[in-house]
Design a protein around this ligand. Sequence first.
Ligand code: OKP
Ligand code: ZN
Length: 342
Amino acid sequence: MKTVFSNTQLAHAPAQEISDGQLKPAVEIPSRAEIVLKTVRQRNVGEIVVPEEFPVRPLHRVHAPDYVSFLESFWEKWTAAGRTREAFPFVWPIRSLRHDVEVEHIDGLLGRYSMDAGTPLGENTYKAARASADTALTAARLLLDGEKSAFALCRPPGHHAGYDFFGGYCFFNNAAVAAQYLRDYGLHRIAILDVDYHHGNGTQALFYDRPDVLFLSIHADPKHEYPYFLGFADETGEHAGTGFTRNWPLPLGTDWDAYLPALEEACRWLLVYKPDALIVSLGMDCYEKDPISGFKFKSEDYIRLGQRLAKVGVPTIFLMEGGYAVEALGTNCVNVLEGFEG
Ligand code: OKP
Ligand code: ZN
């Protein structure tokens, strides 16, 4: 299958992140994409293509225009305030405070448009995030042009980004942007299967009331793991979307054998839904050596994951999300792609 990737995605290169009450070296770093790209080449997955540059319109189909503009103008405002290094939000308009004020200071805006303090923004974040969305959109385009599968080597990831917020290392929701694009260009039913270790809260929220995009997610129990406030088993959609969201929160320590029943159930939902396209939010952070996660996948399990998804028999795009054990990330990711191709 073809891989889509742009070097522009490497321009977002955070130095540090806030984690465990400390500034620590960032884990969502350019070398993640570089090692996957290298492994795609070494193992001859297929042609590597540069994404098309899409206009802002497909982003506006999913994200608030003022949020997109905020990201675009962020660095200018940040540096105008005298700051020179990367930014982190630190104040939020939580539940009982006002939400109707249009604040002007960049510190207020950072809180207005974010979900956590763990996501660094820098000078090139916007252009890298745009390139990442372009990568996802190009993979979607390949599917519309008749490919049976494609791999979007997205970075930064997307599944925690919502209608008007960034967080969890995510800025634009690549999977949601691709899903909406496929809808806009004639496909009727899209399924998103999120196998990242963390719940895809942004993606779920974006499609929660819609029956045309099925959202399925298998992830660490949010009672005990980031992003904490969404992703429980009783969340199944609302209004017209009732029944079109499914979550399988699993305990810390889950290995492949304990994961498989959830995956089988998710695949049964896919068979019933009969999507025109499947988007896999492909995080590799269920891996046993992932530095921020608590599942126990071995590298071989990623081959099994790819093989199982191939059996679903639907045109599929893989969009990279998380995975922070950099040395093994290329192997784990290409294992999925090879498993899928058989
Ligand atoms: C993004 B993706 C742990 C800090 C965790 C956020 C994790 C974001 C994961 N001390 N920070 O879903 O892989
Ligand atoms: Zn993750």
